[in-house]
Design a protein around this ligand. Structure first.
Ligand SMILES: [Zn+2]
Length: 216
């Protein structure tokens, strides 16, 4: 698997600080489980968080320590040279997700929103949305912007949007500046793990009409 779209620094720092919603933390953990490149960056992020904590406690940290830690983000290799090998109960499920999904993706009780689009909610309440989305080939997700952040990890198939093309393992890490309409461009269904920390803001009338139904 070659991964082309990764978590951004702000998301990794928020994850290290325990500041993400449960759903967003699950997407981060799932991506980290299969992406050595982001795991390495997450280690630096933990170090930055630890250094900040220590500096708050001791007030003796060198002025350039944080800058030098942050600079390491820029000095990482572009991509891992070795293939990613992960042991998973269901080969499609990253280990953190498999803790909550105990059957193959095709056997989940998918709920249909509209023809070609179905979802499966993760079993918890809380801030934002956390669910699996299954979208048929050639179908587009409704155009939307975000009130907050949206994290999407592709588990099967692929989609393209204004940002690029996203395949298995890739994450789309979007903030509230981006309006996008993902279109599934694989021959099979595209299944994604998706989480937001606030409701999406649909930009089409149809999207606004179905929002109360879909719960986004
Ligand atoms: Zn990554």
């Amino acid at each position: 698997m070659s991964i082309n779209h990764h978590l951004d620094d702000a998301t990794l720092v928020s994850y290290s600080a325990g500041a993400l919603s449960q759903g967003m933390a699950l997407v981060v953990a799932s991506h980290l489980s299969i992406c050595p490149q982001c795991r390495e960056r997450a280690g630096i992020s933990d170090a930055v968080g630890g250094a900040l904590l220590e500096s708050l406690e001791a007030e003796s940290v060198a002025d350039d320590m944080l800058a030098s830690l942050l600079a390491q983000f820029d000095n990482l290799p572009a991509s891992p040279a070795t293939p990613v090998v992960t042991i998973m109960a269901d080969p499609e499920l990253p280990a953190p997700l498999a803790e909550y999904i105990h059957c193959p993706l095709d056997q989940l009780e998918w709920k249909r929103i509209v023809p070609g689009v179905a979802y499966y909610d993760m079993p918890w309440e809380g801030r934002g949305v956390s669910r699996l989305l299954k979208i048929a080939p050639g179908k587009a997700m409704l155009a939307h912007t975000h009130n907050g952040n949206e994290l999407t990890m592709v588990l099967r198939g692929s989609f393209s949007d204004e940002v690029g093309r996203f395949c298995r393992g890739d994450v789309a890490d979007l903030d509230d500046q981006i309006e996008h309409q993902p279109l599934v461009d694989s021959e099979e269904d595209c299944i994604c793990l998706i989480a937001t920390d606030a409701p999406l803001r649909f930009t089409t009338l149809f999207g606004k009409l179905v929002q109360p139904i879909t719960g986004f």
